[in-house]
Design a protein around this ligand. Structure first.
Ligand code: GDP
Length: 365
């Protein structure tokens, strides 16, 4: 399963956020494929469409789709030189598919800041520099190898070399590899390097309790937004401390609390959805009287692969995917009406599943 790693300097609110994640945690019995690890938090992906489908179909059971966050502790200055937990930290980052970097944007004199004062850009740069240096080492190694091959007129090496140089230049000017514009062919070359700074990055601006409803007055957040734009990354604003409280609530209680705070959706829910889409993930549904359920797939996956997410037999024996879009189903009012209106399509092996498709797979066993 794809996972997003949570990183950040000490005392920025990582543990508080991760607590909120595990508090809100999904019922793991529903997700036997998820990793069982104290550093992994499984969350349900909030999706109002699932509630609407439940109202429509009235199933015995409703199961949201889930998603994993990994807590990656231990970043320090000098990580790329193997100091402290450095090497281990970088190895953990290498394993995740996206990075959520928690940035301290709250001023609280009682909570020490590692570098003495709150400065989100400085914090971000400390972490990003370690990732950049680690990548620079990977790229340098690769360059010296490719140069040897290029001398022997190796065709691939001749293609790869200029791409590596381009990436190296960006890294040397302290820019993430993800900020370099690449052609499809170049991107393939870079993918093989498994760099840290090509991973999608989401900055989680952790603000104080007073700034949750309207963070526009928080200068730190503005700075993070500016930085992120240049870094080809996204920003989510949360208050980790409040998220911890919200995570203990459910249903109406939760909604009332959010209303009091003046926010529509909890920061955690926003974070989950942002990380989910950052990873290129999307949701399709199955909707039977026994169970209405949301399933995660990667954008671009075809119908048989999506069937395989439910069960490998579904993929092997795939015949057709009876498909109706969520919007068409809702407009029709029932599966029967959607069928009569000609909105239920029989899709074959080459069909690229879309976000929001409601699917009934037909397969041979
Ligand atoms: P970590 O070292 O990054 O895991 O940071 P922690 O989650 O342990 O948080 C460090 C301290 O900051 C703790 O005392 C938290 O209660 C506090 N803290 C975290 N988030 C917030 C916040 O949004 N507002 C305020 N005022 N304090 C926070």
């Amino acid at each position: 399963a794809l996972t997003a790693g949570i990183v950040g300097l000490p005392n920025v609110g990582k543990s508080t956020l991760f607590n909120a994640i595990t508090q809100a945690g999904a019922e793991s019995a529903n997700y036997p494929f998820c990793t069982i690890d104290p550093n992994v938090g499984i969350v349900e992906v909030p999706d109002h469409r699932l509630n609407k489908l439940t109202e429509l179909v009235q199933p015995k059971k409703t199961v949201p789709t889930a998603f994993e966050f990994t807590d990656i502790a231990g970043i320090v200055k000098g990580a790329s030189k193997g100091e402290g937990l450095g090497n281990k930290f970088l190895a953990h980052i290498r394993e995740v598919d996206a990075i959520c970097q928690v940035v301290r944007c709250f001023a609280d004199e009682n909570i020490t800041h590692v570098s003495g004062s709150v400065d989100p850009i400085d914090d971000i740069e400390v972490i990003n520099l370690e990732l950049i240096l680690a990548d620079l080492e990977s790229v340098d190694k690769r360059i010296s190898r490719v140069e040897k091959l290029a001398k022997q007129k190796d065709k691939e090496a001749l293609v790869e070399h200029p791409v590596l140089v381009k990436i190296k230049e960006a890294l040397e000017s302290e820019k993430a590899a993800r900020t370099v514009e690449l052609t499809e062919e170049e991107a393939k070359v870079v993918k093989g390097l498994h760099l840290l700074t090509t991973k999608p990055m989401l900055y989680v601006a952790n603000v104080g309790e007073d700034d949750v409803a309207d963070p526009s007055g928080n200068e730190y957040v503005q700075k993070v937004r500016e930085y992120a734009a240049a870094d080809n990354a996204e920003v989510i604003v949360i208050c980790a401390k409040i998220e911890e409280e919200i995570a203990e609530l459910e249903g109406e209680e939760k909604e009332m609390f959010l209303e009091e705070l003046g926010i529509e959706e909890s920061g955690l829910d926003q974070l989950i959805r942002a990380a989910y889409s950052l990873l290129g993930l999307a949701t399709y549904f199955t909707a039977g009287v026994q169970e209405v359920r949301a399933w995660t797939f990667r954008r671009g996956m075809k119908a048989p692969q999506c069937a395989g997410i439910i069960h490998s037999d579904f993929e092997r024996g795939f015949i057709r995917a009876e498909t109706v879009s969520y919007d068409d189903l809702m407009a029709a009012g029932s599966m029967g009406a959607a069928r009569e209106a000609g909105k239920v399509r029989l899709e074959g092996k080459e069909y690229e599943v879309k976000d929001g498709d409601v699917i009934h797979f037909r397969f041979n066993v």
